[in-house]
Design a binder for this molecule. Structure first.
Ligand code: ATP
Ligand code: MG
Length: 155
């Protein structure tokens, strides 16, 4: 009985840890034609791209997406930057996807990012920092529907 309980517990933990997170490959990466290199890092980490499209964000989309930073001094530059060229929006799925992808991205400022992370390897500056990733499951649940309908999530 004890064994069955602990098996159930383990199963529940695994099921609960399967997460989805929202990812953007930013204009500095599409401009340099390195989206495949970025996604190689993501896939090597065991994350699966279950929804993906290349779009050119409108100012309205970018303003809404980064609304949380509205009062920060870099807000309007950030919105401008995100609309300077195409981006890849994508949904990643995997165990602990939110924190795992944050790890793969590295710190916001590439000069502080750990070796081997996307930002350490590919980013030029804190503003042109190659990728976005949701900072929590709650944020992911808000961000994903801003860019994807249910039938665009194909697994
Ligand atoms: P993101 O939300 O893009 O995944 P993040 O969560 O690591 O990045 P945030 O603090 O949410 O970082 O900032 C959002 C984005 O705003 C950063 O990715 C960066 O492009 C820009 N940004 C953040 N801090 C600064 C800053 N001090 N100067 C310029 N741009 C900044
Ligand atoms: Mg953030």
């Amino acid at each position: 009985m004890e064994r069955a309980n602990s098996d159930n517990h383990a199963l529940q933990k695994v099921t609960m840890a399967l997460e989805r997170t929202f990812s953007i490959i930013k204009p500095d990466a599409t401009e340099r034609n390195i989206t495949g290199l970025v996604n190689a890092k993501i896939e090597e980490a065991g994350l699966r791209i279950i929804g993906q499209k290349r779009i050119h964000m409108t100012t309205e989309q970018a303003s809404k997406f980064y609304d949380i930073h509205r009062d920060r001094p870099f807000y309007s530059d950030l919105v401008d930057f995100m609309t300077t060229g195409p981006v890849i929006v994508q949904i990643l799925e995997g165990e602990n996807a939110v924190s795992k992808y944050r790890e793969v991205m590295g710190r916001t400022d590439p000069s502080e990012a750990a070796p081997g992370t996307i930002r350490a390897e590919f980013s030029k500056s804190i503003d042109a920092n190659t990728v976005h990733g949701s900072d929590s499951l709650e944020t992911a649940a808000i961000e994903i529907p801003q860019f994807f309908t249910d039938d665009e999530i194909v697994g």
